[in-house]
Design a protein around this ligand. Structure first.
Ligand code: NAP
Length: 307
């Protein structure tokens, strides 16, 4: 079982040595997060080569939406220098930052904060994590694929922006709620040419999709997180060389991935994305190359004991 998270109200000045560096993931809920195992394993490896990393550590802290604004300056005072954000903070944090890089602005969301003495600055490593994960698990490059993304939440928006930034001509974006879909396309349309984003309702796959070549389907909905959840999309009629990636990694095989496997399609789950977004964040904070293999090994170990 992952360790229990730290709770904000009990957070004391536990960084006694000025050289200590704190990193943490903030979220609500956060108890399930395996990020500390991944990062602390990579920090152990870094400290074998450079002793200064022995004083670095990565925590998970339960922080609700209403606590975020007061928490960020407090963490800086306590010695935290890098923060990852997960549900529900990735969008709401934007006005609390002194700057946000171009990629994260295009995504409209931030998952990595860096302290630079003037305040917290924002980056987003989710799109990079997805790109690397898809390449590692499915052997495809985003820019060489016809992309179909399911969902219109923060993860779908980051994925769409990453594909468009990488030069994909068009991205097909499908969602259950059409109102939310329109909101996301409107927001992305302020950064990218709007004709590059084509939308559909999850219940009605447009017939043109069946004719697309090198199709990559990416699930960025949360449908599949529960064991008995149905698949968000029927794969019937899609070419048999379609590749399928599900951002969900727990459970390791969602109904979508089971359908893809039965149809003989190459598929992969979101563990590789989790690992690569984490490795990139640690590289940003440390300025060192971080081995994603160490993190992947730790993630697989953590998943063996995950509930
Ligand atoms: P979010 O903002 O809450 O968005 C949830 C999305 O799921 C919405 O598009 C929503 O559609 C859809 N959805 C929820 N229930 C549904 C249902 N019953 N039928 C059809 N669609 C449904 O969440 P998020 O932050 O974007 O995250 C989405 C998923 O990506 C989560 O499973 C998360 O764990 C995963 N993720 C993985 C990684 C990784 O590193 N592997 C990173 C980020 C996110 P409506 O708009 O219609 O409600």
């Amino acid at each position: 079982m992952p360790e229990a998270p730290l709770v904000l109200n009990e957070l004391g000045p536990f960084f006694y040595d000025e050289e200590d560096v704190g990193l943490a993931v903030l979220g609500d809920p956060i108890a399930h997060s395996i990020s500390p195992q991944l990062h602390n394993a990579a920090l152990r490896e870094l400290s074998a080569k450079d002793e200064s990393f022995k004083s670095w550590r990565y925590d998970k802290i339960e922080v609700s939406a209403s606590q975020l604004a007061e928490t960020l300056p407090r963490l800086a005072e306590l010695g935290y220098r890098g923060i990852n954000l997960t549900i529900p903070h990735k969008v709401e944090v934007l006005p609390l930052l002194t700057s946000v890089d171009e990629e994260a602005l295009a995504m409209g969301a931030v998952n990595t904060l860096v302290w630079d003495d003037s305040g917290w600055t924002g980056r987003n490593t989710d799109g990079y994590g997805l790109e690397q994960g898809v390449h590692e698990d499915l052997g495809v490059r985003l820019e060489d694929s016809s992309i179909l993304i399911l969902g219109a939440g923060g993860a779908a928006r980051a994925a769409t922006a990453q594909c468009l930034l990488r030069g994909c001509e068009t991205v097909w974006l499908g969602n259950r709620s059409l109102g939310r879909l329109a909101g996301v396309t409107e927001a992305l349309g302020t950064v990218f040419e709007s004709h590059r984003i084509r939308t559909f309702a999850l219940s009605e796959l447009p017939p043109e999709i069946e004719d697309l070549e090198d199709l990559l389907v990416i699930n960025a909905t949360s449908l599949g997180l529960r064991e008995k959840d149905p698949s968000p999309l029927s794969l019937d009629g899609l070419p048999s060389d379609t590749k399928v990636y599900d951002m969900i990694y727990n459970p390791p095989e969602t109904a979508l991935l089971a359908d893809a496997r039965k149809a003989g399609m190459t598929c992969g789950n979101g563990l590789s994305m989790l690992v690569h977004q984490a490795a990139r964040a640690l590289e940003i904070w440390t300025g060192e190359h971080v081995s994603s293999q160490v993190m992947l090994r730790e993630a697989k170990l953590a998943m063996e004991v995950a509930p």
